[in-house]
Design a protein around this ligand. Structure first.
Ligand code: OSB
Ligand code: MG
Length: 376
């Protein structure tokens, strides 16, 4: 496969509702869409999930723009990519670029889309996914009060979501979670702190251990596997790592030291689907469940997340909600809807199985740039 042209689109889309986490509140989501054309004229799409601000990770749309334009793009265009494993070949080629996983994942996704189209196979088939529908949940941001939160959880349960995740932060943790549990004693419930605690302040979370939670996600700092190990020893509830797992090696080490008992896999955070598969496989070999996290993706990234979540060791519902939970209008023609059984159907057309609405894309685009193989 020879890429002939790349284009990057920095987009900004209004969210249906503001989304508030321990690291901030957003009303719009930014990302970079990657368009890749091959020598056959086919077009593949990818989504780089880095948002405007460095709250979730150091990556931003600004850093990803620079890395894509100045390093990853030229590397991908410079010579043909292995026909049978373009993603692995690309990762090998850009291994000299340290970090910047979301930038790498965005470009890699477009290669998977192209590979699937060239072979006439869906991304689910390429990845070895087995399910045609995947169970999903909803991730609910911090609300003004526990009462508002309970009302909001109730509305999502009515829509058919079977698993609820709520965001917590110091001072907005135990009472909020207790209120949701008291109102809905039977639901699958989990919390996400986005690294807002220290080993000391996390002692306040002890009452969560009595609320029959599926897991507690990323309570401590991203770079602190060891203190997650110490905290896990104090809790019966499984800890789940999100921000801390950026490479397969981190997953292996976290499991070896019992720093977590569940892993949230986000293809963006781990540098792409290639690494996501490796983490899935190593967790499966240790009989540790994983689930598919989300970054408020557009239809492009959502299609990739659904394909990934169809793999067998994705044993807990993912943060992959229906399109209308995020966007009144998406940049893909396809919208994802919740099935009555709390699942979303995995696309089965070749590649990602989605097409981009260029008119919508141009309306949300803040800036665009093109690179071509002949101009290198
Ligand atoms: O920590 O899982 C997270 C969104 C943006 C950044 C980080 C996170 C999230 C979510 C939303 O929880 C998941 C989704 O519905 O896409
Ligand atoms: Mg998280």
């Amino acid at each position: 496969m020879q890429l002939t042209r790349l284009a990057f689109y920095h987009v900004r889309m209004p969210l249906q509702h503001p989304f508030e986490t321990s690291f901030g509140r957003i009303t719009h989501r930014e990302c970079i869409l990657v368009e890749a054309e091959d020598e056959t004229g086919r077009i593949g799409w990818g989504e780089c999930a880095a948002d405007r601000d460095p709250g979730f990770s150091y990556e931003t749309t600004g850093t990803a723009w620079h890395i894509l334009q100045d390093f990853l793009g030229p590397a991908a265009l410079q010579a043909p990519l292995d026909e049978d494993a373009p993603a692995a070949d690309f990762q090998h080629r850009v291994a000299v670029v340290k970090g910047h996983n979301m930038a790498k994942a965005g470009l890699e996704m477009a290669l998977w889309d192209l590979q699937g189209q060239r072979l006439g196979r869906s991304l689910r088939e390429l990845l070895g996914g087995q399910r045609s529908r995947v169970p999903v949940g909803v991730s609910i941001g911090l609300q003004p009060s526990p009462e508002d939160l309970v009302a909001r959880v109730g509305r999502f349960l009515e829509q058919g979501y079977r698993r609820i995740k709520i965001k917590i932060k110091p001072g907005r943790d135990v009472a909020d979670t207790q209120a949701v549990r008291a109102a809905f004693p039977e639901i699958l419930l989990q919390v996400d702190a986005n690294s807002a605690y220290t080993l000391e302040t996390a002692q306040a979370l002890k009452p969560l251990d009595d609320l029959d939670l599926l897991l507690i996600e990323q309570p401590l700092a991203e770079d602190d596997l060891w203190e997650h190990h110490k905290l896990q020893a104090q809790f019966r509830t499984p800890l789940c790592l999100d921000e801390s797992i950026r490479l397969p090696r981190h997953a292996a080490q976290a499991l070896e030291m019992d720093a977590c008992r569940v892993i949230n896999i986000k293809q963006g955070r781990v540098g792409g689907l290639h690494n996501a598969l490796a983490i899935h496989d190593l967790a499966q070999a240790r009989d540790v469940p994983v689930w598919c996290g989300g970054m408020l993706e557009t239809g492009v990234g959502r299609a990739a997340n659904l394909a990934l979540a169809s793999l067998p060791n994705f044993r807990l519902p993912g943060d992959i909600s229906a399109t209308d939970r995020y966007y009144a209008e998406d940049i893909t023609h396809q919208r994802f809807t919740l099935n009555p059984d709390g699942t979303i159907t995995v696309p089965d057309a070749p590649g990602l199985g989605v097409t981009v609405n260029r008119e919508a894309l141009s309306r949300y685009t803040l800036r665009a740039v093109g690179l071509s193989s002949t101009a290198l």
